[in-house]
Structure formats: C-alpha cells, structure tokens
Design a protein around this ligand. Structure first.
Ligand code: SF4
Length: 70
C-alpha cells in the first residue's frame, strides 16, 4: 500500500465508526487525492504495530481515550 502523504490533521473526522476515532494515538492523514486515512502513531515507533490499522477497529488493547484540551 502506498502511504498517504502529509499534512496531518490533529483529529480525524468521525466517519468510520472505529475505536481509533476516540483514541489519543490517532491522527488523520489526508492524501493528495483528498482521502483521509487513520494513522496510529504507535506504529511510527513500533515496527510490530500497524501504522495504518485496517478500519474499522472494533477493539484494541492499546486504546487510550482521547480527552480534548480545555
Ligand atoms: S492504539 Fe489502537 S485504537 Fe488507538 S489509534 Fe492505535 S490502533 Fe487505533
């Protein structure tokens, strides 16, 4: 799979019904063609963890709930 390019978005739009959308580790990446991908930042540093997990993720042992800043 060709990896989508920057720019990264802080939070992805909610459209997959995925656990990732509520997770502190996710980033939304928009491709040059305008598609948005969910990137798991844990996969950037951990080669054994998927950088782009197949969506939708229904459960994940490394999920951490995202808390918006006040
Ligand atoms: S830790 Fe799990 S739930 Fe969170 S973004 Fe990564 S794959 Fe998705």
């Amino acid at each position: 799979m060709n990896e989508p390019k920057e720019p990264a978005e802080e939070r992805p739009p909610r459209q997959w019904g995925s656990r990732c959308e509520e997770c502190a580790h996710v980033r939304g990446i928009r491709s040059a063609k305008g598609s948005t991908f969910l990137m798991c930042r844990l996969g950037v540093d951990d080669p054994l963890w998927p950088k782009y997990p197949p969506q939708p993720v229904v459960s994940c042992p490394r999920f951490e709930c995202y808390v918006p800043p006040r």
